[in-house]
Design a protein around this ligand. Structure first.
Ligand code: PRP
Ligand code: URA
Length: 213
């Protein structure tokens, strides 16, 4: 697995605002979307394209079009949903699949409660969206799901990632033998004893959408 952590002052500035406990939900959602705009440029560096011909007002020349099958974007509900629009602005013709996962806050194990994905992902590039990579259970579960359906290149886009989660994803993708890239806005210090990312930003889903229990 290749890790990409673009070093950009606007990314650092927006993360600082996200971390701030005083940032309200509307602002938090807007910042999340803006960060995905910046990260998705890096994340789509290897998106597959096919040469094509284009006729300009003056002549005919060669260009490229997105290859078929189209890329599949998979937000992990809930928090990943806030990243979908920012990603689709860059790749509007992508298809979208959905995975609903919730982490048990006692055991830290993920549970899948919703799935709407194509049955066959052979030859497909998939872009998984989740702002938080903590233990890696949720993102790892999503990658296992996609790999089992035949995806052959998975790009994960996260805002914050703990070193523990990155190590877990490396081990998992090696074991699965699948090409995987991980694009993150910030590699954080560690997980705390409750499985929260430090210094982090708290519970991303709650900060985006309010407390759900
Ligand atoms: C958060 C986050 C990830 C997961 C990360 O979701 O969005 O999916 O936790 O933790 P992990 O790496 O240890 O699995 P959560 O389970 O809180 O659900 P939510 O998005 O509905 O709030
Ligand atoms: N999920 C979150 O939303 N935040 C964390 O810090 C860890 C998991």
């Amino acid at each position: 697995m290749d890790l990409h952590a673009p070093d950009h002052p606007l990314i650092a500035h927006k993360i600082t605002l996200l971390r701030d406990a005083n940032t309200d939900s509307p602002t938090f959602r807007a910042l999340t979307s803006e960060l995905v705009n910046l990260l998705s440029y890096e994340a789509t560096r290897d998106v597959r394209v096919t040469p094509c011909e284009v006729t300009t007002p003056l002549t005919t020349t060669t260009g490229v079009a997105l290859s078929r099958p189209r890329p599949l974007v998979v937000p992990i509900l809930r928090a990943g949903l806030a990243m979908l629009e920012g990603m689709m602005q860059l790749v509007p013709s992508a298809e979208v699949g959905f995975l609903g996962m919730i982490r048990d806050e006692e055991t830290l194990q993920p549970m899948t409660y919703a799935e709407r994905l194509p049955a066959d992902l052979s030859g497909r590039q998939c872009y998984v969206l989740d702002p938080m990579l903590a233990t890696g259970g949720s993102l790892g579960g999503a990658v296992e799901f996609l790999a089992a359906r035949g995806a052959d290149h998975i790009v994960c886009i996260c805002i914050l990632a703990a070193p523990e989660g990155i190590a877990y994803m490396r081990e998992l993708t090696d074991k699965l033998g699948i090409r995987c890239d991980l694009v993150v806005a910030s590699v954080e210090e560690r997980l705390n004893e409750h499985g929260y990312i430090m210094p982090g930003l708290g519970d991303a889903g709650d900060r985006l959408y309010g407390v759900a229990h």
